[in-house]
Design a protein around this ligand. Sequence first.
Ligand SMILES: Nc1nc2c(c(=O)[nH]1)N[C@H]1C(S)=C(S)[C@@H](COP(=O)(O)O)O[C@H]1N2
Ligand SMILES: [Mo]
Length: 234
Amino acid sequence: MHQLPSRRRFLELSGFSSLSLLLGGCALSLVEGVVGKTFEPLNQSVETLLFNPQKLIPEFPESEIEPEALIVNTYRFTPVIDPLTFRLIIDGEVDNPLSLSLAEIQQLPHHTMTIRHVCVEGWAAIVQWGGVRMRDLVSLAQPKSDVRYAYFESADGYYESWDLASAVHPQTLLANQKNGEALPIENGAPLRLASPIKLGYKQSKWVTRITLVNQLRRSQGYWEDQGYEWYAGL
Ligand SMILES: Nc1nc2c(c(=O)[nH]1)N[C@H]1C(S)=C(S)[C@@H](COP(=O)(O)O)O[C@H]1N2
Ligand SMILES: [Mo]
């Protein structure tokens, strides 16, 4: 329970007055080991998704990390972000909209996973990512029960939308580390999505804003709007 003071501090810093049950790391980790039921990505309520974690994807041993294999794939430009003034906005259909500094985000439990990154352009790489779980961030924002999708905006103008089930999968991280080191700028620092259940183009780098919504907009993603598949599951 040594994390409790820092969590409280996180709440003070963020100005939260109420705290969802999910915030208590104990409740969360109790259910995390349980393999979820049938995967029904689009029909499950927020509550069901957050309390019944989905099936975990097997990970790779650290010895299989391929440090040279992850190709930097940036279509526009590499944005300059000042980590001291950076804020992650979480808004939309939520009871508790958030504007979080990196220091506040680092108060959340840190997770690492070694997974395969797959780009549709024909390459893949085993990478270890470290960061906070999207499900913890979503829980903090207290989504309304009709939320079904998450939109991600990036500092380079890239944008993406995910089904909520995939966004709150326990292995979907907002990563600030790659292969045990601080995330390099070209790979999306300070925060990028990383998940073993989606293709590379879903995994937004330089995420600045997460908006939880109940309907997909006409605009679904940088590549999707040019004809790529939206779900893009692995
Ligand atoms: N903001 C942003 N995110 C992005 C991209 C991008 O150009 N801009 N490229 C995507 C693609 S196609 C892939 S394969 C991965 C590549 O991540 P990497 O550059 O860290 O290898 O980032 C994804 N996320
Ligand atoms: Mo990609």
